[in-house]
Design a protein around this ligand. Structure first.
Ligand code: SF4
Ligand code: SF4
Length: 310
């Protein structure tokens, strides 16, 4: 009880600071210039950029306190999908535009290559968004993917729908990562030889533009269906930002680590998380599958052997 009221009062205080910060920054941004010719600071002031960064910093803090439990995580995933997936489609004018997925994480990393292949300068918005994702990943693992990406959030939400355990599949990381790398190499090859960007054909972020095009709907539905059985299938097998942040994850300052003194090898974390990274983290491997900083393995460990630590 004491723990719960302490928890609620901390969350309350932080929410007030965040709301104040939200109001001030949004007011500054709303009084700003046009959408064209944006500089680095214009991009940083976009609501989607700093609100996403705030979500990530809140996530790092909650994970370091080991406060991320299943119900809280469900709420957070819903809030992330609403904030960056649904809210931009609401009639909120410039604020809705400032919250929308332009560029989406996939576009942030792929469009620069398309501009370069067409001998055009890369707009600063793409590079700034990529830089923000990179900095966040260096600080706290794949915190962006786990706490600010709407497509990541909706996949994880669908994966949390209870099904018989035997239907929850963990695909071998070597296979999923090889597919992701092959798609990226094919993309680079086709961009510079034929000017074609293949991610456009299977990018679920297109659905979040809410234009209801057949391809966007199909890719989104396939992603959701696969998510019922596999933890974040699009992230592990296709997403180029997933690949990029997986590389950065190796240099992250804060990440999930195991305390071998506390670990009893009960394997509960592996059984209950449906995530391919846990086994490798427990084994102490130098390189392991993507960890989306969801906090599930930390929550289910009965011996406090796992933590989000420096
Ligand atoms: S890997 Fe997943 S969570 Fe990360 S940007 Fe891609 S879709 Fe989003
Ligand atoms: S390793 Fe743990 S925190 Fe990371 S994605 Fe898997 S279950 Fe979540």
């Amino acid at each position: 009880m004491k723990y719960t009221s302490h928890y609620i009062s901390k969350i309350g205080k932080i929410s007030i600071y965040i709301l104040l910060f939200l109001c001030i920054t949004t007011a500054v941004w709303a009084s700003g210039g046009s959408r064209r010719s944006m500089g680095v600071f214009d991009v940083l002031l976009l609501p989607r950029v700093w609100i996403g960064a705030l979500f990530c910093l809140a996530g790092i803090w909650l994970l370091m306190k080991s406060w991320v439990q299943r119900n809280l995580r469900l709420v957070i995933l819903g809030v992330v999908f609403f904030t960056f997936g649904i809210l931009p489609a609401l009639p909120l004018g410039r604020f809705a535009w400032g919250m929308g997925m332009h560029p989406s994480p996939v576009c942030a990393i792929t469009k620069p290559f398309l501009f370069l292949s067409a001998d055009r300068g890369v707009p600063i918005i793409f590079l700034t968004v990529l830089a923000v994702i990179s900095v966040l990943s260096i600080i706290g693992n794949k915190i962006f993917c786990g706490w600010a990406c709407p497509i990541g959030a909706i996949q994880e939400l669908f994966n949390k729908i209870p099904l018989p355990e035997k239907l929850k599949v963990i695909l071998p990381f070597k296979v999923t990562n090889s597919i992701r790398i092959i798609i990226f190499i094919t993309f680079i090859t086709l961009v510079f030889t034929a000017g074609i960007g293949i991610y456009g054909y299977f990018n679920p972020f297109h659905f979040l533009h809410w234009r209801f095009e057949a391809m966007g709907i199909l890719v989104f539905l396939v992603t959701l269906t696969a998510s019922l059985f596999i933890f974040r299938p699009f992230c592990y097998t296709v997403c180029p930002i997933g690949l990029f942040t997986w590389v950065l994850e190796h240099f992250s300052l804060i990440k999930v680590k195991v305390n071998k003194h506390n670990c009893t090898d009960c394997n509960l974390c592996i059984k209950k998380s449906h995530c391919p990274a846990v086994q490798s983290i427990i084994d102490g491997g130098k390189s392991h599958p993507d960890c989306f900083a969801c906090g599930r393995c930390i929550e289910v460990c009965p011996h406090n052997a796992l933590g989000f630590v420096r």
